[in-house]
Design a protein around this ligand. Structure first.
Ligand code: QAP
Ligand code: CO
Length: 171
């Protein structure tokens, strides 16, 4: 197992559109295991392969308190099941230290493949629904900061660019 390096906003590689997985082989399974280790270490509740600079349609999620509900999403798709929206404060491992409210549909149906490459479906609500939509955005090169005002996004960009300059100077 290995901890992977997480790309941070405004890294342009986060804008890459991920490619579908053709076969769930050992290489993909190792990547999934490393993504879980990286997410739990952070700690976080969701991580997309895009964030670790692998541009394949793979997401890992665990919204439980005790790492007991790992969810693997390969080639995920969702449909919105309600007009109702949820406003939730979102964060992101690729936007460390910043949290903003985002509006999203609060009930969706997910279709994906699991770690064994088998198809499954589930209906998700509230935090899980929000988390799935947030992570699927990553696979399409989108970030939660794209859902907030330009002013807020630009402030976050400036602060993170400063942090990255400091980190580079210390390296
Ligand atoms: C996406 O985000 C999410 O800023 C997953 O310093 C978040 O796991 C969906 C994290 C909230 C819905 C609601 C963020 C860790 C983790 C940080 C995460 C940080 C350390 C974010
Ligand atoms: Co994120």
């Amino acid at each position: 197992m290995a901890l992977l390096k997480i790309l941070e906003f405004p890294d342009p590689r986060l804008r890459t559109i991920a490619e579908p997985v053709e076969t769930v082989d050992d290489e993909i399974k190792t990547l999934i295991d490393d993504m879980f280790e990286t997410m739990y270490d952070a700690p976080g509740i969701g991580l997309a392969a895009t964030q670790v600079n692998v541009h394949k349609r793979i997401v890992v999620i665990d919204i439980s308190e005790d790492k007991s509900e790992p969810l693997v999403l390969i080639n995920p798709e969702f449909e919105v099941l309600t007009e109702e929206h949820e406003q939730m404060q979102e964060g992101c491992l690729s936007v460390p230290g910043f949290y903003e409210n985002v509006d999203r549909p609060n009930r969706i149906r997910l279709k994906a493949l699991n770690r064994d490459g088998e198809p499954y479906e589930l209906v998700a609500e509230e935090l899980l629904a929000v988390c799935i939509q947030h992570e699927l955005d990553h696979l399409n090169g989108k970030l939660f900061v794209d859902h907030i005002s330009r002013l807020k996004r630009d402030r976050i960009r400036t602060k993170l660019e400063k942090k990255h300059k400091l980190e580079a100077a210390q390296a």
